[in-house]
Design a protein around this ligand. Sequence first.
Ligand SMILES: Cc1cc2nc3c(=O)[nH]c(=O)nc-3n(C[C@H](O)[C@H](O)[C@H](O)COP(=O)(O)O)c2cc1C
Length: 186
Amino acid sequence: MQGREILIGVTGGIAAYKTAVLVSRLVQSGAGVTVVMTRSAAELVAPRTFEALSGRPVPSEMFGPGRIHPHIELSQSADLLCIAPATANIIAKAACGLADDLLSTLLLSFEGPVLMAPAMNTVMWEKPSVQRNVKQIQADGIMLAGPESGYLSCGQTGAGRMSEPEAIFAAIERILQQRNMRDVSK
Ligand SMILES: Cc1cc2nc3c(=O)[nH]c(=O)nc-3n(C[C@H](O)[C@H](O)[C@H](O)COP(=O)(O)O)c2cc1C
């Protein structure tokens, strides 16, 4: 992963705390990591956690200080965008091309591979609307890691648990290797 640039989007699922492990794993593997959080995500895990682990600022606002076109500048320098956890909300926004905050606008501006790790309670995951949106984003080329079945933070057991950080890391590595092989064979 040396020299790779990875964008990590964090949305407002309780599994956001596990994304800290993913970011640390990526950094230790030699990747440069920029984390973008939604406002809901920042309610669950402090942006400073990701700043400390990535060694970089964690933007979440479209119109904050600093970059003039944050979505464009961030999207141009990255090899892959991974959204973990991916809420029902960001999946719905991706399915219909909504861009009402920095992360969803970045998702629309980004031309590279996108991996999402959905995480939500089983009732949400099994809703026809969510399943419809999941099918749509897959048809549009977004790749999924998980979700798994298991213990959920609401106390239930079922489908909707975010994949473990190591599995998401392996999926990122696999996607980048496949693209590398494709580029070499061109
Ligand atoms: C404690 C807590 C945990 C939540 N966990 C999830 C979750 O795992 N998955 C999900 O889709 N929404 C979850 N939500 C709801 C989202 O935060 C909410 O739908 C929000 O609008 C998502 O916004 P975002 O996609 O911009 O981050 C949770 C909310 C709270 C208060």
